[in-house]
Design a protein around this ligand. Sequence first.
Ligand code: SF4
Length: 351
Amino acid sequence: MARSLVTETLESLNPFKGLIRQAEREGEPRPASRHDWQTDEIVDLLQAPLFELLDEARAVNRQYHADGQVQLASLLSIKTGACPEDCKYCPQSAHYSKKTGLERESLLDVDDVLSKAKLAKEAGASRFCMGAAWRQVKDGPDFDKVLAMVRGVRALEMEACVTLGMVTKDQADRLADAGLTAYNHNLDTSPEFYGDIITTRTYEDRLKTIANVREAGVEVCSGGIIGMGETIEDRARLLQELATLDPHPESVPINALVPVPGTPLESQAKVEPLELVRMVATARILMPTSFVRLSAGREALNREAQILCFLAGANSIFYGDKLLTTANNDAADDRALIEAAGLRIKPACAS
Ligand code: SF4
């Protein structure tokens, strides 16, 4: 493709020449995904002039996701509160329950969960995610119930995802046998900042669970949260940890902290929408085939900021009135937003 005078002029004026060159790739064969991203390369992307970062993310998105589909994933808390972990952002932690006042709820019945999955499908969701506030999966009647939920969701021809804390390889195998599509286990932040946020389990524990899930043949859903007091290097290191996994996680949730009263992070400043856009765009460039999922914190974005996130490469949202225990956007508004952006809802399928 001939290089335009405008491109050459822009290149001569700015230090992010590589981004512009990459944006010219549209229509060319897809390059192989990289798994050797360096921290400084990712910091440069996160700090690039916004339009150049968006140009690059758009180019990658057009190469890998030309269908313009957005996946709607519904998320249900199947067991709420009283979690022994101390994640500082989480109202479900037993460490903060006196201050948050969040009531503990036992594991829901299978039929109850499946009726909610059916409603989510009727409303347009193609993926149903179930979260239990556990430190780890324990074999026994509760895990058997979760396996029945997974089988039931798959029978509805929806993708099934669970987030249950740490899992062993054997438990991951049992989830795979039940037909589980994906297991969510977020890295949350960089390995360096992690100890400021969680002390009850290690980064290595998290990576081990992800490895167990991958080994069982289940897709990996793993991302993180910005706005917890981390530096730009921490954001880059989080993305680097994810982008150096081989293969990349099939799903990468990008969350902005929702500071919940009573949690240790209740006073954190609100995340600027453009910071979220930058995280989404950088994740899209680093992990071109993944679903980049716009997750917690979306409720605080106006329509235009959400459309900017789609433009930056987000191709999935959590859908429904609640995200575990925090509020989420109105479902009808979400459908209207997707239509206004000229995107299409990914249909449900059995695969
Ligand atoms: S493990 Fe999950 S439910 Fe438990 S405190 Fe951490 S984020 Fe909350």
